[in-house]
Design a protein around this ligand. Structure first.
Ligand SMILES: Cc1ncc(COP(=O)(O)O)c(C=O)c1O
Length: 480
């Protein structure tokens, strides 16, 4: 069997979109565009590119252009070729991919806006010390808890109950982050080739998980005005989907909140069609305005159609790697069996620290929200001042500002911003097929002064792009 992962010529052409936008000669523009896809994670590493002849035909350029572009990429370390066996995507030596899948230069002055994740609260140190002391209590245990440490399952269940979703510990599986929660649900409930409903745009690593499960994603359009469910509800009601994946609370990246009537409509459609809704509540605890939130999806769910995944990464710290799944006890048992085959369970020490932090949530969460409110204000002010023409809606919570640019230049801008020491997540990272070129996701997880400086640098990079309109030669700042 051929184990090589390939991308076809038409799929690559779709992802490349308007690849001539950086200007300069065609072969350089093509190389820059392919390099951009590799560096922002839309083309995975080790993927075989289409034969030169096929890509040339698809892009309506000469084969020489593609040959020269591939040669340039090879010289720069972005392609590896063995004679007669094609060209595979790669990263130059010494460069690495960051946790978010985005390319991360080793540069201390870099302001990283690729990741929507805040640093830990000061209470982390005390929680870790407490966990280390409590660990002695497990001296006679084998330490394997595929469904999670019982005390932490209870603490998470209690938090759901406080939020209006009565829950017992048997309905909770502790996972290694919400990301593993989604992965386990997909492993258990979907089959390769199946169709799944997913918001468009959506969280890139969720899209990666869907792709890894070999699912075909059908979009639920989301703008900062909200969800367009009109085409979706009849298909869900008709039983065309077994699973839909949703981020109802401060959706990543738009920041939108799914209104209660639409929550209820989705649940009713899933019930009629026999489908399940995976509600990712990663940002649910980060309401910043005091405006009332719609009830959690699970609170509206009389027929157990909702599986909730969530975690502590945004409310507390991503480095804990603690998340959860809430589902029926029977489903939790099946998920725990799947989980045992993946990693046997999470680390006891980490789970004890997570429990110690949850016990301090009453002080941690208000402080987090206050910090994020101030950072959001600073970011909004800076975007208004330095990026005139950019449009956005100020989110009521979460961590992301979804900014619409006046022109479809997000990928080029992300590349140009690197030269100014800012790492950006351009809109196409959040869509399946290279759409959202007008959008940037700007998280407000960093301190206010960094955010303001980052926006200033983005504005400078934007000015560079204007100076590089097609027809003018590309300077090394962008092409290098
Ligand atoms: C919507 C969404 N789900 C899941 C995750 C991953 O969270 P965790 O760190 O809990 O795995 C993120 C992280 O950004 C996210 O935005």
């Amino acid at each position: 069997m051929d184990a090589v992962v390939r991308t076809g010529a038409s799929a690559l052409a779709r992802r490349l979109g308007d690849w001539r936008r950086t200007g300069g000669s065609d072969y350089v523009a093509l190389a820059v565009a392919i390099r951009g896809l590799i560096r922002d994670g839309r083309l995975a590493l080790g993927v075989r590119l289409p034969a030169e002849r096929l890509l040339a035909a698809e892009l309506a350029v000469s084969r020489t252009t593609v040959t020269a572009a591939y040669r340039l990429l090879r010289d720069q370390g972005y392609l590896r070729s063995r004679r007669g066996s094609g060209s595979d995507t790669a990263l130059p030596e010494g460069q690495r991919l960051s946790t978010s899948g985005l390319w991360a230069p080793d540069d201390e002055a870099l302001i990283d806006l690729g990741c929507a994740a805040p640093p830990p609260p000061v209470e982390l140190a005390a929680a870790a010390r407490q966990a280390a002391e409590e660990l002695a209590g497990y001296a006679s245990s084998h330490g394997y808890y595929p469904a999670g440490l019982p005390e932490l399952r209870s603490a998470i269940a209690d938090r759901f109950t406080e939020r209006g979703v009565p829950t017992g510990p048997a309905e909770i599986l502790v996972t290694s982050g919400a990301q593993q929660g989604l992965d386990l649900v997909l492993r258990l409930l979907t089959a390769p080739g199946e169709r799944i409903l997913v918001e468009s745009p959506s969280y890139p690593n969720a899209l990666t998980a869907l792709a890894a499960a070999r699912l075909r994603a059908d979009p639920i359009p989301v703008t900062d005005d909200g969800w367009d469910l009109e085409p979706v509800l009849p298909a869900l009601t008709a039983g065309r989907y077994r699973v839909a994946y949703l981020i109802p609370d401060f959706h990543n990246p738009t920041g939108a909140v799914l209104p209660e009537p639409q929550r209820a409509a989705l649940i009713a459609a899933a019930y009629r069609g026999g489908g399940l809704l995976v509600a990712d509540e990663t940002f649910a605890e980060l309401a910043l305005t005091g405006r009332p939130m719609p009830p959690p999806m699970a609170a509206l769910d009389r027929h157990r159609r909702v599986i909730t995944v969530g975690g502590m990464s945004k409310s507390h710290w991503g480095g804990l790697r603690v998340g959860w799944i809430r589902a029926t006890p029977a489903l939790i048992q099946r998920l725990a069996a799947v989980r045992a085959g993946v990693d046997m369970g999470g680390a006891v020490l980490d789970q004890l620290a997570a429990r110690a932090l949850l016990a301090r949530a009453g002080t941690i969460l208000p402080a987090r929200r206050e910090m994020l409110r101030a950072q959001l204000d600073a970011l909004v002010g800076a975007v208004r001042e330095h990026l005139p023409g950019a449009r956005f809606r100020v989110p009521a919570g979460g961590l992301c500002l979804w900014v619409e640019l006046a022109e479809p230049v997000a990928s080029a801008l992300a590349t140009a911003a690197e030269a100014y020491g800012v790492r950006l997540a351009p809109g196409p990272r959040f869509g399946a097929e290279g759409t959202f070129e007008r959008y940037l996701r700007l998280p407000f997880a960093r301190p206010a002064n960094e955010l303001v400086e980052a926006v200033r640098r983005i504005a400078a990079a934007r000015a560079d792009l204007d100076a590089l309109r097609p027809g003018r030669p590309a300077t090394p700042a962008v092409v290098a």
